[in-house]
Design a protein around this ligand. Structure first.
Ligand SMILES: [Mg+2]
Length: 390
């Protein structure tokens, strides 16, 4: 017992890294989009959990707003056994009960990285291990304004065909934030007519549609084209059980909801309310790898599938240890934007359009822990601030 690693310090470092040829305009799009000559900033947080044994668990989170939540529960972790993730998860859940609890995830992922390094095993092996190749879908950048980009139904169809040729077994449209609904419907049809039946198709409007009627019309277009899932259409923010239950009852296309609910209880309640077909979870949003595996097993118990949100090493390790999941999400890809993740990595790990193999799969990192090493010196000049709890 005395040999267990003891947490001595938690270090949170935020970076704001410029990325070329991307723009943000929330009046136009729900997320960043291609615009040559523009510069956008990606805000990320490096989480390091240090121990008395000199081994450090590390994770990079794309959700830096959760720093205040981490400050609330971190004093509880100092001096504790670094391998007691279940104790931490439950304690942090109680401490954050008046918040959305998104702070749990990034620290839990760093604790899993630490555990893998201590046990000298990749995380997915510690989780049980089910596979080491993950079928992957191309998940597009949001629609843009460029003739050579994703600015029209034909632009999306052209890119879907390119992704099919690259070997992707699936393609997901991230459409406009504020477009006439007919443009959304035309895009569903254009992509369906071009590559339908050859790859799984999905659309994620990111909670942008103003009315239930518009959401239903796009869903009926998905029905016509045999889409694999329809994700987060409504402006309720993706949380209304009654709205999605009614939408499910009116459509053939499976619904995917849950990206904006957090932790296993809410996801389970949504499924039992018949408000989704596929479950959704993210290690950063849903209590880390510990939380995602709870959600995956709850879905398994109901005979349902979980589809993990976003790309990253934590997602790969989780999916590699889950049977009831179909696709890894390669976010965000575009015919003209070839930016890798904003923190360069040293040991070959990439989430890019060309990161899949000939079977349309990505591998699972095999080095201990999460199995990735970041090139921190190259982004040091973009450091914004740092918080240390010890
Ligand atoms: Mg989504």
């Amino acid at each position: 017992m005395a040999d267990w690693p003891i947490i001595t310090k938690i270090q949170l470092t935020r970076y704001s890294v410029p990325v070329k040829d991307l723009a943000s305009d929330l009046a136009f799009s729900a997320g960043q989009f291609y615009e040559p000559g523009s510069v956008s900033y990606r805000n990320v947080m490096r989480i390091q959990v240090h121990t008395n044994e000199g081994i450090t668990g590390e994770h990079v989170s794309g959700a830096p707003a959760i720093v205040e939540q981490i400050r609330m529960f971190s004093p509880f972790l100092i001096g504790k056994n670094a391998l007691e993730r279940e104790l931490f998860y439950n304690q942090a859940k109680m401490i954050l009960r008046k918040n959305d609890r998104m702070g749990i995830g990034p620290v839990d992922v760093a604790l899993w990285d630490l555990a893998g390094k201590i046990h000298n095993a990749p995380v997915y092996r510690l989780l049980g291990g089910y596979r080491d190749k993950l079928p992957t879908y191309a998940s597009t950048y949001h629609a843009d304004r460029q003739p050579d980009g994703l600015s029209s139904p034909e632009g999306f169809a052209d890119f879907a065909e390119q992704c099919l040729d690259l070997g992707y077994p699936g393609f997901k449209i991230h459409s406009w934030g504020a477009a006439p609904i007919q443009l959304e419907i035309d895009t569903v049809h254009a992509v369906g007519k071009r590559v339908g039946g050859k790859m799984a198709l999905m659309i994620d409007p990111c909670c942008a549609y103003n009315t239930y009627g518009e959401s239903l019309q796009v869903g009926l277009a998905c029905d016509d084209e045999g889409y694999y899932w329809y994700e987060d259409p409504l402006k309720d923010g993706g949380v209304s059980f009654s709205a999605y239950r009614r939408l499910r009852q009116s459509l053939k296309t499976p619904i995917l909801q849950g990206e904006h609910l957090h932790l296993v209880e809410a996801h389970t309640d949504m499924a039992i309310a018949d408000a989704t077909d596929f479950w959704r979870a993210d290690p950063d949003y849903d209590g880390g790898i510990t939380g995602v595996m709870k959600i995956a097993h709850a879905a398994e118990g109901l005979g349902m599938d979980i589809e993990l949100h976003g790309a990253g090493p934590a997602q790969r390790h989780c999916m590699a240890a889950i049977r009831n999941s179909n696709f890894y999400e390669m976010t965000l890809v575009h015919p003209k934007v070839h930016t890798a993740k904003c923190i360069p990595q040293l040991n070959g790990y990439e989430d890019r359009l060309d990161s899949i193999d000939k079977d349309g799969c990505v591998p699972v990192p095999q080095e201990p822990g999460l199995g990735v090493q970041f090139d921190w010196p190259t982004v040091e000049r973009y450091r914004a601030d740092e918080v240390v709890i010890e």
